[in-house]
Design a protein around this ligand. Sequence first.
Ligand code: NCD
Length: 307
Amino acid sequence: MRSLLSITELSVEEIDGLVATAKDIIAKPQKYAEICRGKKLATLFFEPSTRTRLSFEAAMYELGGNVLSVSSAASSSASKGESVADTAKVVSCYADIIAMRHPKEGAPMVAAMNASIPVINAGDGGHNHPTQTLADLLTIHLEKGRFDHLTVGFCGDLKFGRTVHSLIDALSRYEGIKIVLISPEELKLPSYVKNDVLRKKGIEFTQTTDLLAAMPELDVLYMTRVQKERFFNEEDYLRLKDSYILTPDKLKTAKPDLSILHPLPRVNEIAVAIDDDPRACYFKQVRNGKYMRMALIMKLLGLTPEI
Ligand code: NCD
């Protein structure tokens, strides 16, 4: 029985396998329509979410399975004081696999230690969000045809953005990756990610506050929302929230084949005028997330068919 708490628990070969499965699902959805018949996914979301929870649920339905859902802490026994460990033991009696989102870093790990079924981390605090990374990786593969030799810019809230931390973890395992970190001083990438991932793996990286200066060299631009819910005071949030707004004129010096990603929800980071630009990939990314979650659910349940 295996869980997924961090993207690095998957080897690069396993990522390739999930990408291949997702591409096969896109090509032949009917082949997968009954694979999870009789299986139940429990989505335990103790923090707000629209797309991630619906994406997991749509993924399970498209595999022919069923879904049990807790969509807020207030509506669950967590509000009565139940521990994550007990919740995991209880849900193991009802379901075959759990997807858990929690405001506390490490909560899905505690769940995995206590559950008798696989647990997928669907976002824990400002820490990790491996299945968003799977969506990002499939998008990069479909757009660029590779994971290596890419210059990837991360822009916005690199401090609290868990999707940033997980994608950097994933990309740092490929050859020729160059990372450009674009953020206000206050929202720089935490030093533990710089030291334990970028420096340790010898990844070339630069830090800047200037998006325009970085633009011409980027193959991928990963925009992010300033994570309001992780701020301690409203004043800081208001000051920083619109630090970067991508508008069509800022793309003038960008590569013609730049891929613009964003995990969504978008607030003001990308002008709506960019949505029709062929370089905008963020809505494709949403769809790709569902296919990768399908591939992951099958993998963790040991049900992936031959391609
Ligand atoms: C992200 C998250 O929850 O971390 N959203 C998502 O899962 N698609 C990004 C965000 O909330 O800004």
